[in-house]
Design a protein around this ligand. Structure first.
Ligand SMILES: [Ca+2]
Length: 303
């Protein structure tokens, strides 16, 4: 469209006091607009879910009748599980994360300690046997694993205190000595570079989210606060992450992880920071850190 002649031919006039005021007001309006646009953009990023992110496996432990196999149902996939060791339906707990963003009435309580001192057999969920196979997380694939953990487990050496995993693939999401959450992976030696800054064993519900990229790097979040980003997860093709159990690594049944677990999810997609943030929608203690994280993520996206 041809621009208006009157607009483009309007003569410039000398600066007057009125124009200076007008100019200052314009600057204020532009500044306000920028603030609103920035806030709206942040909000849009926060609220927009990725249409590409598919929740492929979801264990929420809400089974109304958990006494018949499969006792732990995969509500979006087919990786159902059964109680292992001395675990039973009585080990469902009403202690649930209050800010998981979904209605939760039950978690699974694996005991503290697990196993009970008076009983050598531990509590875990076996997600291997019903499918007769491990759920293999590709070394060179995008995926995200998210879960809620509450406990006081002191952690341990490699494969001692597994949250999700097995001993079949030399990679696990687990608790290291001191209660740090770590995505251990084997690359000629066990790598602990994808590890939390702070322990997660303070008996408070924590959301733990591991975002893995096809280029063999990962981000680790605790309560939607990035602990590490773009850390190497390089491992050899023969040692992927193979999930066969919750709260132990089958094959090492002397080791069981203490505490409670809820709302474990697997996505076939590397969630963005706003999507991770949505998993912890009311993080009263981390809201400002989350906002800072969002802004950092947006800067990273732009760079
Ligand atoms: Ca639940």
């Amino acid at each position: 469209m041809k621009p208006s002649t009157s607009l483009w031919s309007r003569p410039l006039v000398a600066t007057s006091q009125a124009q200076q005021i007008f100019s200052r007001e314009n600057a204020m309006i532009r500044h306000t607009q920028r603030v609103f646009v920035g806030a709206a953009f942040a909000l849009a990023a926060l609220l927009s879910g990725s249409a590409e992110a598919v929740l492929t496996h979801y264990w929420n432990f809400e089974e109304p009748n958990g006494t018949a196999p499969p006792e732990v149902k995969d509500t979006t996939g087919t990786r159902h599980g059964n109680f292992g060791g001395v675990m039973s339906d009585a080990d469902r707990s009403a202690d649930v994360p209050a800010n998981s963003g979904v209605v939760s009435t039950r978690s699974l309580d694996f005991g503290t300690p697990n196993p009970p001192v008076t009983n050598g057999a531990g509590k875990y969920v076996d997600v291997y046997t019903p499918s007769a196979s491990y759920l293999e997380m590709g070394n060179t694939a995008d995926w995200t694993v998210s879960l809620w953990y509450k406990g006081t487990d002191a952690g341990g050496a490699v494969q001692d205190r597994v949250l999700l995993g097995s001993t079949a693939g030399h990679a696990n999401l687990e608790l290291r000595t001191g209660g740090y959450v770590v995505y251990t992976h084997y690359n000629g030696g066990y790598q602990d570079n994808v590890i939390s800054d702070a322990p997660v064993n303070d008996n408070v519900w924590h959301n733990i989210t591991l975002v893995h990229y096809a280029n063999q790097t990962a981000d680790l979040y605790v309560d939607a606060v990035a602990q590490v980003t773009n850390e190497s997860t390089t491992t050899t093709a023969g040692f992927p992450w193979r999930i066969g159990a919750l709260m132990t690594g089958p094959g090492y049944n002397g080791f069981f992880t203490s505490g409670k677990l809820d709302d474990a999810r697997i996505y076939d997609h590397a969630l963005s920071f706003p999507e991770v943030y949505q998993l912890v929608p009311e993080p009263s203690t981390v809201a400002l850190l989350g906002l800072a994280g969002l802004l950092a993520w947006r800067r990273k996206e732009r760079s």
